[in-house]
Design a protein around this ligand. Structure first.
Ligand code: ADP
Ligand code: MG
Length: 246
């Protein structure tokens, strides 16, 4: 249901993604791992077109865009892909001047033109799902990092995206708060949410992901079922990298 074909991204002379092809079935959970600078964030950002690939084809649900060198995408094409994705960032990035529930309602009201009452109802049910309904009217700055991230997850899910993209969702959190976030993501995975997560958090990756993709210097160097990649990686270098996460 998500298909990346030969996605390349260059920043000037620097080729950051070198012909990535991946196919992510509906309901699958994929962990992107690999050394810093390998291209994990850039890959996630190309899936929702926060970064436009230099070339390649991206298909999500029934939207497909193909980039050729020097080509551009229309606003409509970008929207057709972006509407189908939700993104969670390492540093939460909640709107500081909006309450928890207003953060979750925002895109429904401003992008999808939902009436406020209906948006509030959906936002409240999402806050319940992430265990944050009791903080619906709180300001982000008064909440712990784990609470803020759970609200950010609810916000990303509000428009019912086809895929939830998470860029190191637990990296900014102490272990106890990270565990709250892992629990929420694990629950979403059990419910069949399609997810792609870049992470250095072995617990997150090994508890939730079915599939692991190892990205190094802009290329996929190893991929397979999570068990296999974690317990018996094909490459010596992957084995050494995984050892650094433990
Ligand atoms: P990771 O998330 O795996 O640490 P990134 O995707 O952040 O890797 O970075 C991959 C490479 O792309 C790095 O060399 C980084 O410096 C470069 N890069 C990322 N974003 C930009 C940008 N906006 N402009 C120029 N170079 C970038
Ligand atoms: Mg990154």
């Amino acid at each position: 249901m998500i298909e990346l074909s030969n996605i390349t991204k260059r920043f000037g002379e620097n080729e950051v993604l070198s012909g990535i092809s991946l196919s992510l079935p509906e309901g699958s959970v994929t962990a992107l791992i690999g050394p810093s600078g390998g291209g994990k964030s850039t890959l996630l950002r190309t899936i929702n077109l926060l970064e436009v690939p230099t070339s390649g084809t991206l298909a999500i649900g029934d939207a497909t865009v193909t980039l050729t060198e020097g080509g551009r995408l229309s606003r409509g094409q970008i929207q057709s892909i972006r509407q189908q994705t939700g993104m969670v960032f390492q540093n939460f990035q909640l709107f500081p001047h909006r309450t928890a529930i207003e953060n979750v309602m925002e895109s429904l009201v401003t992008v999808q033109n939902w009436p406020a009452a209906k948006a509030r109802e959906r936002a409240m049910s999402l806050l319940e799902k992430v265990g944050m309904a009791h903080k619906a009217d709180a300001w982000p700055a008064t909440l712990s990092g784990g609470q803020q991230q759970r609200i950010a997850i609810a916000r990303a899910l509000a428009p019912s995206p086809k895929v939830l993209l998470c860029d190191e969702p637990t990296s900014a959190l102490d272990p106890e708060l990270a565990a709250e976030v892992v629990d929420v993501l694990a629950q979403l995975a059990r419910e069949g949410t399609t997810m792609v997560m870049a992470t250095h958090d072995l617990r997150l990756a090994s508890q939730i992901a079915e599939r692991v993709v190892v990205l190094e210097s802009g290329g996929v160097v190893e991929t397979g079922p999570a068990r296999q990649v974690f317990d018996a990686p094909e490459r010596e270098r992957t084995k050494r990298f995984i050892a650094t996460l433990k």
